[in-house]
Design a protein around this ligand. Structure first.
Ligand SMILES: [Zn+2]
Length: 273
């Protein structure tokens, strides 16, 4: 069928750019499992699946990003930064560090006071690495009704926790820009099979590559933003790193794709929105 997606009359991206892509990595490592009934320390097998992120995943990702010459954003839970400081230091040399809560519990299931405490605690921890934190992603993409207000109050400039648009937008009455993502391009929803779900099957790289490229091609026509959400223990497998390299190269073969970290995209959006 001769159907063509129609872009908006006015593109929002910098001159000559038609769409934007952000490569983002959530440095969850052990945090999603640390609060379970049996702590990770008493389950070294379980822990090893998470620790792969720091030992192998992040170094492979950093090497790939260097070759691709792409600036990425790493959303870091405060607890991960305390437990794996060398990993955070290695990332902060060239890439943006943003907040991903402290415990990796969903803000939607905690009270306002606790959410504020986690936010401030994590900002303090991340500041000790010499980084200026501009953004936040709610764990599990589950912000609370207070999240945007808290981000605005403490001077954070963007959130990447909602899924209600294909382009950045400003939360009304605040200085907070939303950079929407989607489960469709979250590696965990494709490859991650749950640490205890040993019988679940993994998607092939070919499947995920096709899924992401199909969505990207359509988003690019519409002048959209693709925030790809990945986890070093998931995307950090050798075959998947190769797939990510192929996906980025294929995206770069389109005219006018702006690869930028979330801070750059949010700051640009704040100027034009
Ligand atoms: Zn996470």
């Amino acid at each position: 069928m001769a159907f063509r997606l129609q872009p908006p009359d006015q593109m929002m991206w910098p001159d000559g750019m038609r769409s934007a892509v952000a490569l983002t990595f959530d440095l969850d490592i052990e945090t999603p499992f640390a609060n379970g009934e049996t702590p990770v320390a008493r389950r070294p097998g379980l822990g090893s699946q998470a620790q792969y992120a720091a030992k192998v995943g992040v170094p492979l990702i950093l090497s790939l990003l260097e070759q691709l010459e792409v600036d990425a954003t790493f959303f870091v839970p405060g607890k991960s930064a305390e437990d794996f400081p060398e990993t955070v230091r290695s990332i902060a040399v060239d890439h943006e560090i943003a907040s991903h809560g402290y415990t990796h519990e969903a803000p939607s299931s905690m009270g306002r006071e606790r959410e504020e405490e986690e936010l401030l605690r994590t900002l303090e921890i991340l500041a000790s690495f010499g980084v200026d934190v501009a953004g936040y992603r709610a764990p599990f993409f589950e912000p609370s009704a207070h999240t945007v207000e808290l981000l605005d109050r403490y001077g954070l400039r963007y959130s990447s926790g909602l899924m209600d648009d294909i382009r950045p937008y400003r939360h009304p009455g605040t200085g907070v820009i939303e950079l929407p993502s989607q489960w469709l391009f979250d590696d965990w929803s494709q490859f991650g099979h749950g640490y205890d779900d040993v019988l679940a099957r993994n998607a092939t790289c070919s499947h995920v590559r096709q899924l992401w490229m199909e969505e990207f091609t359509a988003l690019h026509q519409l002048g959209g933003l693709m925030v790809i959400t990945m986890h070093p223990q998931v995307i950090g497998r050798p075959s998947r790193i190769q797939m990510l390299a192929d996906v980025v190269s294929e995206m770069k073969s389109h005219d006018g794709v702006w690869f930028a970290n979330c801070r750059m995209i949010a700051d640009h959006a704040a100027r034009v929105l």
